[in-house]
Ligand binder design. Structure first.
Ligand code: NAG
Ligand code: NAG
Length: 163
């Protein structure tokens, strides 16, 4: 009887850990903004100034709040970028191995320009004054993180010019 109970508890435990892993994969695959607070921050808590809450999650939500500003192709760009960033992170060794806050931030930041480009930044955003204006609206210039954000966009722009 005791071993049956143990088996039952063990199965419950396996199911719940399995579900937790899968739901983070799913959230990332669909670009869900909750991925940052529910997965990254829970795994490696870095507080409001860490990458997950202070940057990745924050801008994921801010893009959502301003989504109506963007024309259809800009909205598609946002969705692709979200999926690209979250997918890169959920499958990265820094995420899997619960690396330090600094390592997660460094890794995540490096993925931004490539995800912007892969989602079509040069043709979709750069060629559209409306999209550029809306992008500008999303970045809060008074915010410390906005400097980093603008730098990401600048790095991306350089690739558009050279590519
Ligand atoms: C992460 O990698 C696994 C194994 O390669 C893959 O099955 C999964 O789809 C990837 N996750 C995402 C969100 O792309
Ligand atoms: C990382 O943290 C999660 C959540 O706290 C834990 O379930 C997992 O076992 C940890 N993984 C490693 C490799 O330490």
């Amino acid at each position: 009887m005791a071993s049956l109970a143990m088996l039952f508890l063990f199965s419950l435990y396996s199911i719940s850990t399995c579900t937790a892993t899968d739901s983070c994969q799913e959230m990332a695959a669909s670009g869900n903004c909750a991925f940052y607070s529910e997965c990254v921050e829970k795994r490696v808590p870095c507080g409001p100034n860490g990458y997950a809450l202070g940057y990745g999650g924050k801008y994921c939500i801010k893009f959502g709040e301003n989504i109506d500003c963007f024309p259809a192709n800009g909205q598609q760009w946002i969705n692709k970028v979200r999926i690209c960033l979250e997918t890169a992170l959920v499958n990265s060794t820094v995420y899997r191995n619960n690396a330090t806050c600094e390592d997660i931030k460094d890794y995540a930041f490096k993925t931004h320009p490539q995800c912007y480009l892969d989602a079509g930044f040069c043709s979709v955003i750069l060629d559209s004054p409306t999209n550029l204006y809306c992008l500008y609206k999303v970045f809060d210039v008074k915010d410390f993180f906005s400097k980093l954000a603008i730098n990401q966009v600048y790095q991306t722009l350089k690739s558009c010019a050279s590519g």
